[in-house]
Design a binder for this molecule. Sequence first.
Ligand code: GLP
Length: 236
Amino acid sequence: MRIIQSESTAEAIRITAEAVLERVQSHPNSVIGVATGRTMEPVYAELARIKRERAVDFSKCFFFMLDEYVGLPAGHPSSFREYVHRHLEAPLGLRRDQIACPSIGGDYEQTLKESGGIDLQLLGIGQNGHIGFNEPGSTKDSRTRKVVLTESTRKANQSQFHDEEVPREAVSMGIASILETKSIWLLATGTSKADAIKHVLNVHDDPKCPATYLKSHAHFTLVLDPWAASKINLKI
Ligand code: GLP
């Protein structure tokens, strides 16, 4: 595992966006795994900004979404598919057929296999250590499946739903699916992630904190802003 402790949130965001850009510039037909959530919004904004500056070509890339809520009608503004449309597809000028979204009844694992696998996987982290929607209790051999969301995750995501109820279920790529990706970049920003990050660094393969499984990946980079890193001390 490589840990990058940045000097500011803006720097952490820039480092993460640059990792994607470097990959796409050196391999235009890259397969990128994308996370949703507030953490990633400025990363995608930075990607769009740099794309305009350097004319990066995303037209040959393919994107796999990590997860999606179950039960939201198509086009629901709080669905992750709409999030990806707003923050990635439209700003980067992607075609709809460049993006795959997991769904009930679809064979996502087969689609992943047929793509040749994800070259670079972007991840955020839940306050309870979830990755994608692999909540505490998820096993290391889990694959894309329907999952039940914890109350704490539903509460953390309530602001995206205004007065509406947050769905109780989702479909998520599994831990095994994530560990098969060729490189993983997890970005954590803000004090609300500090406890989860401390746990990731101190504990190994803990089902109660699924992000700990990532440490067995050969190419795992953890990018932290000063607040997410505020409960760890790597300088001793
Ligand atoms: C979300 C998503 C994850 C995301 C995490 C953290 O609900 N399922 O992909 O990384 O929870 O979200 P945020 O970045 O909003 O804190």
